[in-house]
Design a protein around this ligand. Structure first.
Ligand code: ADP
Ligand code: MG
Length: 156
């Protein structure tokens, strides 16, 4: 079992390439099964960071990671982990969310990366990691990674 101590780390990046490099470095910290919520306004760099995460898992090349704004879910298969890249920007109701069948994606070797996951309260409870991206300049971003403590199974 992977024991995750709660922690928060903040990093500043100064280019999209630096954010991609950060994503590659983060991949080993996202042990499956893992639900990651990425927050930040449009153009903050959520998809850009996921390019690096996908490379870190050897699941996709950065140029093959694109925004699933219309298709809603992209799947990238790595040797050890399957990534699901989800964009909930256009998903507004719990019923629409239901039709995506995200529950079925959470296998033992899954890492689920949710853009706009904060729109739905359930992901506040179910997320293992929150990554917040703030635009602090044209090419500057403040990226905060917040690992939730290992959730305990319910008693009884
Ligand atoms: P989101 O998915 O949050 O809407 P994207 O990753 O699609 O955002 O877009 C981020 C845009 O900002 C890209 O055009 C990227 O090249 C640009 N950018 C500039 N500087 C950075 C940086 N430091 N980190 C991430 N993206 C950056
Ligand atoms: Mg995006």
């Amino acid at each position: 079992m992977v024991v995750r101590a709660p922690y928060t780390r903040t990093v500043e990046t100064h280019s999209a390439d630096e954010t991609i490099a950060l994503g590659r470095a983060l991949a080993p910290l996202l042990g499956p099964p893992c639900v990651v919520v990425l927050t930040g306004e449009l153009g903050a760099g959520k998809t850009t960071l996921i390019k690096g995460i996908a490379e870190g898992f050897q699941a996709a090349k950065q140029e093959d990671v694109t925004s699933p704004t219309f298709t809603l879910v992209h799947e990238y298969r790595g040797p050890a982990v399957t990534l699901y890249h989800v964009d909930l920007y256009r998903v507004d109701t719990p019923r629409e969310l239901e039709t995506l069948g995200l529950d079925d994606l959470l296998e033992p070797n899954s890492v689920i990366l949710l853009e706009w996951g904060e729109k739905f309260a359930r992901f506040g409870r179910e997320r293992d990691v929150e990554i917040r991206i703030e635009r602090t300049g044209e090419d500057e971003r403040r990226i905060t990674v917040n690992h939730a403590p290992q959730s305990q199974p319910a008693a009884g």
